[in-house]
Design a protein around this ligand. Structure first.
Ligand code: NAP
Length: 287
């Protein structure tokens, strides 16, 4: 089975590469922006023709949430036109598309975890372009899985966990917002789940296409996330909880974006680790 991975140098792409040797029956084809630019449909067709993938995991994305507010065309091109191109090329080659989306498609006004069927209402350009990408895939190719996730971090690339560790090495106090509530997701756990979906399709003809939520278990604020990083690493720092109003950013973020994971657990038998346990694993890999 051939699985083509886009955006392979990003944190999810690197996380897939990190666990790939556990899947000896899969031939992985890793492509970065240079080899396969998802905004260039002809480029995608050439790569698909060469490798004839059974699955394409699209980890490529424009993920600079604040910068997207001033680069909406670029964000739209990568997050909406890119997935549309992939859906069309996947249809041409009968390839199953596994795409990643985000909790930022929701407005954050819910008080209970978001279901896959809840109505999206993005408050940022990034969230809107990711939603546009989902819609483009749904319109163009039915053989797709869209996995919505949240607060992704890992030992790879840039993310909140690594930013906190860097800031702690540079200063002795830090303020982090405590009124945005969600769930951190270890990108390696996400990678495992994507491959579980793919291998389930292969071995059980288990093609239950559509949207799925996935994050680690548990609920916290960014302040709790930061405090736990420092606690687990034994770092002493003066950490202050602050409201979002005190840390204005160009992009609005949902105040609450916990995802309900009943569907993915039921359909694919996924067992999900608590976020604190997964954080320990990721921090240990940094040593
Ligand atoms: N990070 C989060 O907190 C988070 C939360 C929820 C959902 N997600 C979603 O999870 C997925 C993976 O995110 P991530 O954290 O792994 O992102 P990431 O680290 O930013 O990686 C994205 C990769 O896509 C590449 N890329 C950009 N434009 C491309 C193009 N036109 N063609 C091919 N590759 C291109 C980037 O290359 P360059 O670096 O060279 O631009 C980068 O290697 C994304 O769909 C993201 O929206 C992320």
């Amino acid at each position: 089975m051939v699985v083509l991975v886009t955006g392979a140098n990003g944190q999810l792409g690197q996380s897939i590469q990190f666990i790939a040797n556990k899947y000896p029956n899969i031939e992985f084809v890793y492509t970065d922006f240079q080899e396969m630019d998802i905004t260039n449909i002809e480029n995608c067709k050439v790569v698909f023709a060469k490798h004839q993938p059974h699955f394409c995991i699209n980890t490529a994305a424009y993920t600079a949430v604040d910068k997207a507010e001033s680069e909406s065309d670029k964000a739209h091109l990568i997050n909406a036109v890119g997935p549309e191109n992939l859906a069309k090329v996947c249809k041409e080659f009968d390839t199953i598309l596994v795409h990643i989306s985000t909790d930022f498609i929701f407005d954050g006004t819910s008080k209970v975890p978001y279901l896959e069927t809840d109505v999206p209402n993005p408050k940022s350009i990034y969230g809107q372009t990711k939603l546009d990408g989902e819609i483009a895939i749904q319109k163009n190719w039915e053989k797709h899985f869209i996995v919505r996730t949240s607060w992704v971090y890992s030992q790879f690339a840039n993310n909140f966990m690594k930013t906190m560790l860097r800031l702690a090495s540079e200063r002795d106090n830090l303020s982090v917002v405590n009124d945005q509530i969600g769930t951190p997701t270890n990108a390696v756990d996400l990678a495992e789940v994507l491959l579980k979906i793919i291998t389930s399709c292969q071995t059980e003809s288990h093609e239950v296409f559509g949207i799925y939520n996935f994050s680690n278990e548990g609920v916290c604020s960014w302040y709790d996330f930061a405090a736990t990083i420092f606690h687990q690493k034994g770092i002493e720092i003066d950490l202050k909880p602050i409201p979002t109003d005190s840390y204005p950013t160009p992009a609005k973020r949902p105040a609450y974006s916990v995802l309900d994971k009943k569907k993915i657990k039921k359909v694919f038998g996924v067992e999900i680790k608590d976020w604190k346990e997964s954080l320990t694993v990721s921090l240990n890999h940094l040593n």
